[in-house]
Write a protein that binds this ligand. Sequence first.
Ligand SMILES: *[C@@H]1O[C@H](CO)[C@@H](O)[C@H](O)[C@H]1NC(C)=O
Ligand SMILES: *[C@@H]1O[C@H](CO)[C@@H](O)[C@H](O)[C@H]1NC(C)=O
Length: 301
Amino acid sequence: MAFKSLLPPAEKRPRAQSNWPTANRRLFYALRENFALSTWILVGAFLQSLVVFIIPRFYAVLPSVVILGARLAETLAITYGWRKNHYLDDAILHRVSPQVPDEDGNFHEDSAREPVVVFMLGAKVNHPLGIFAPNVKTLGDYLSQMIKILEKDSTNLGFYGGSSWTSQDKNGATELMFLSYWRSTEDIHNFTYGDLHKEAWDWWNKTLKENDHIGINHEVWEVSPKHYEAIYVNFQPTLFGATSYLRKGDKMVGGTVEDQFISPLIDARRGKLRSSAGRLGRRPEELYEKHGLAPGATYES
Ligand SMILES: *[C@@H]1O[C@H](CO)[C@@H](O)[C@H](O)[C@H]1NC(C)=O
Ligand SMILES: *[C@@H]1O[C@H](CO)[C@@H](O)[C@H](O)[C@H]1NC(C)=O
């Protein structure tokens, strides 16, 4: 039986995962990552000290006590089950596996049937000012513009979706990675040699001598069919599972079917998608036999 999307289709293309939080939340996150925790605490301590000079001590302490108290109360309420755990909103509480539909947006019976290209774009700022260091804004603006274009014309450009990740290096700098999934390496190359990226590239070449503090990198992984698999348990759609695919509308007898964007997530509680071998498009029992561990012996979900 052909696979079927677990989530309902959408009329408009869902935004890439990197754009899920609002612009404000993304900005706050970038700021938080930009400076050391101790810097933020010291800034807070300094501001609080100023407040104590100006207004009576009793009132000065109120805002922090009230806000911390409210947060503590909410945390306790969620921990003891008195309040709905909003961190679980939209989570899928069982096993799901992503499968790429064909170019018309149809699923088939075999798993990992389509090739996929994974593209990781990395950047970091080796400077105490972080994102406020010289030329970083220009680079960031180019990246945002590129993601906007990719989202708008995703189907033609062969862009399936992407998410952003940060990590701290040993010197204390934040590394950013944009992890994205593509139809083909040719699509990535076409975008690279397109107008906007060429303009960004040109800017980079021209300002190269000023940019020692800006690190950029990329990795491309071209994956053949039957050489990848993924599973998510108790997760909101994420990574490859948060990509989306156009299912072209068709004229049918008695009406027209509109274009739809579909999720790649398939229920993997039963059937071949339950096992790693099955998701790789091999014989689903292969690993159970080899390692003597079958479903039931593993966790049920
Ligand atoms: C890439 O661009 C070339 C030249 O414009 C075009 O012929 C080709 O179809 C494009 N490839 C993809 C995958 O869109
Ligand atoms: C930027 O410089 C590199 C390496 O010197 C070169 O290969 C590339 O063509 C240049 N890009 C543009 C857009 O000029």
